[in-house]
Design a protein around this ligand. Structure first.
Ligand code: NAD
Length: 346
């Protein structure tokens, strides 16, 4: 492995050596002669220059909209796998990097909000007066959103949440938060077979925006997590809604890397608006809990690599027709092979 690769997670080279790894100079030296390359993010073409033809490269590949980079992976001659395309089936739960990282992002969003907010979260009755509980609204109640709801509740906030998936209503309520949504026919039909959100009609979005606009004006903290696979993040909070919030309120946009849910959110920055509202657009939020993110991601990777190895001979034996392989394999034998990306990759 590359020297210093674990430092940001508090793991020194010695610990890797103790576990049987040989530590080499840099990424390029680690890639050379490797049969399997494990990384956090998609390696660049330059990083894979010395890779063995046919080496397995497994990482969070962020393939949507990155046709050029996929073509470069194909050109490098490696078999590359995108961990985030792992199917959400029971067998692959232990490999589900979207869940392992989104859960941390949801937790960290609340911690970041609490740090930016100039007031306390829980209600406090003290001799010097009563402090009201903070009001927290979570938009998008998937893995990240539900963890944000649970964390804000633990800190004593009054929590509400919304989502376009009907199934999320019960989950939000079971965590002790209020569910806020226009529950019409379209809402009832909205969940796709894979459990993901679908794009809602313009009419639904307008109705939902009117309902959430009046709700947002009363909130101290808004945390947005709404994503639709393969599409830009839906815009949920307009500049007018931000302007309706009290000075000192905080918005955390966890979708900022995919275009953002909040108008005015800037990737990698904390913006303070003219009316004193902070819009937080941290990048790679799970990376703000690097040690825990590493621990869980390592387990996701390990579980996947185990399926690529023959237990008897202890050598690589990729079953190319396994549904986990078929769902995640992006490039092989010099070409982009994933059906979701072949049109762009050709
Ligand atoms: P995600 O990260 O793709 O999106 C986050 C949330 O945003 C989702 O709940 C989505 O419905 C919501 N959203 C999208 N557009 C919205 C809008 N306009 N307004 C409000 N909310 C909006 O989702 P995720 O966290 O990956 O979870 C998606 C689903 O997959 C959930 O049902 C989750 O429970 C399920 N899941 C299943 C497994 C499994 O079976 N192994 C594992 C993890 C998650």
């Amino acid at each position: 492995m590359a020297s210093g690769a674990g430092l940001a997670s508090g793991i020194g080279d010695g610990e890797y050596e103790g576990a049987g790894a040989s530590v080499v100079g840099d990424g390029a030296a680690a890639v050379k002669d490797a049969d399997v390359v494990l990384a956090v993010r998609r390696p660049s073409a330059a990083a894979l220059k010395g890779a063995k033809p046919g080496a397995l490269v497994i990482a969070i590949m962020d393939p949507h909209g990155h046709e050029k980079e996929l073509a470069a992976l194909a050109k490098a001659g490696v078999s590359s796998f995108a961990m985030e395309l792992m199917p959400r089936i029971t067998r692959a739960q232990v490999m589900d990097v979207l869940s392992s990282q989104a859960n941390l992002a949801g937790y960290r969003a609340v911690v970041d909000a609490a740090a930016e907010f100039g007031r306390a979260f829980p209600m406090m009755m003290t001799a010097a007066g009563t402090v009201p509980a903070a009001r927290v609204f979570v938009m998008g109640a998937g893995v990240a959103g539900l963890q944000a709801v649970a964390t804000a509740r633990r800190l004593g906030a009054v929590v509400s949440a919304t989502d376009v998936r009907p199934a999320s209503k019960e989950q939000v309520e079971s965590l002790g938060a209020k569910f806020i949504a226009v529950e019409d026919e379209e809402f009832k039909q909205a969940e796709t077979a894979g459990g993901y959100a679908k794009q809602m009609s313009a009419e639904y979005q307008a109705k939902q925006a009117a309902l959430t606009a009046s709700h947002i004006a009363k909130q101290d903290i808004v945390i947005t997590t709404a994503l639709i696979p393969g599409r830009p993040a839906p815009k949920l909070v307009s500049a007018e809604m931000v302007a309706s919030m009290k000075p000192g309120s905080v918005l955390i946009d966890l979708a900022v890397e995919r275009g953002g849910n909040v108008e005015g959110a800037v990737a990698g920055e904390v913006v303070t608006t003219a009316n004193g509202v902070k819009i937080v657009g941290h990048l790679n939020v799970p990376g703000r809990l690097a040690a825990t993110a590493s621990q869980l991601y390592a387990k996701n990777l390990y579980a996947f690599v185990e399926t690529l190895v023959d237990k008897g001979t202890k050598s690589l034996a990729v079953k190319w027709d396994d549904e986990l392989v078929k769902a995640t394999l992006l490039t092989k034998d010099g070409a982009v092979v994933h059906p979701g990306f072949t049109a762009q990759g050709d």
